[in-house]
Write a protein that binds this ligand. Structure first.
Ligand code: PDD
Length: 284
């Protein structure tokens, strides 16, 4: 597998990263996950804007964001993938500095840039049957709108989900369901969709924005309001969303089966509309 690392395309096993990289020592970096459909990057401008916002938020000065798109496509080409559905992982850290010291290194230290590409396999089973999620106290920091590589609370929450036979952990802060460990979270009650509002407590998902547009287009009302954990039983359907997740029905939360345990009607309508939007190629 060929990856991009600090200006070079090279075999993964040839990449050399210093243990003094601040990404390794402090999780001092940010990332993006972007996917293709039909061989084209989906919503690239939105991902780039969010990536720049994350870099700005943690004060990493990386001047070459305009070159990322061509490097991503080059990586796609070099790996000779025949599958047109690829996800790209892009990470930028503050770079290497020695000795280990908390303050930022001098301005001449260059950020470390890494991009990898992997194929996405469709998870038909989850789409047709829905997935199980668990509820987990949100122990993340209060700047979840930054796509930071410091993901330990999300990793622990997701691992707990896996140990409970579930696929996602929904993070609860002050009694409210904010988002999944790596997805945005949605509920449907009386035909209306609910999802947490944008704030520093959730990631502004690119798929979230697409779904909001789709709901408006197909005439489904949306309340950008977080669901109270005591109100879960009054909801008819739930789903999660994300770049590689797309729209996935949640048919069980903890021990509670949602509705009749199959993907809900409105979730399926939104998913179908999402696929139609992708197929329309209007986002090219
Ligand atoms: N996760 N919320 C969180 C906490 C996320 O980590 C993600 C994405 C999302 C969905 O965002 P988007 O629709 O832009 O993919 C919401 C990525 C894919 C990951 O960490 O792998």
């Amino acid at each position: 597998m060929i990856v991009y690392f600090n200006g070079q395309f090279q075999e993964l096993n040839e990449v050399k990263i210093s243990p003094f990289d601040r990404g390794f020592l402090y999780a001092d970096g940010v990332y993006e996950v972007i996917r293709t459909y039909y061989g084209k990057l989906f919503k690239y401008a939105d991902h780039l804007e969010r990536f720049k916002a994350s870099l700005d938020a943690i004060k990493i000065n990386y001047a070459e964001t305009d070159l990322l798109e061509q490097n991503i496509y080059k990586l796609f080409e070099l790996n000779k993938y025949t599958n047109p559905n690829i996800s790209f992982y892009i990470q930028i850290t503050r770079g290497v500095s020695f000795p280990r010291k908390h303050p930022f290194p001098s301005a001449d230290v260059k950020p470390t840039v890494f991009i990898s590409a992997s194929t996405i396999e469709n998870d038909e089973h989850a789409i047709n049957k829905g997935i199980k999620a668990i509820l987990e106290e949100d122990t993340r920091w209060t700047r979840c709108n930054i796509k930071s590589v410091s993901l330990l609370p999300a990793v622990l929450a997701n691992q707990h989900a896996v140990e409970e036979g579930a696929e996602e952990a929904i993070m609860i802060r002050d009694g409210l369901l904010m988002e999944g460990s790596h997805t945005n979270f949605w509920g449907i009650k009386n035909g209306e969709v609910w999802t947490a509002p944008l704030s520093n407590l959730i990631l502004p998902g690119i798929t979230r924005t697409v779904i909001l547009e789709i709901c408006s287009y197909i005439g489904i009302r949306v309340n950008e309001q977080a669901i109270d954990k005591n109100d879960i039983n009054n909801f008819d359907e739930f789903f999660i969303s994300g770049t590689t997740t797309e729209v996935k029905p949640v048919t069980q939360i903890g021990a509670d089966v949602i509705g009749s345990g199959v993907p809900g009607e409105i979730t399926c309508r939104i998913y179908d509309a999402y696929l139609k939007y992708v197929e329309s190629r209007n986002w090219f």
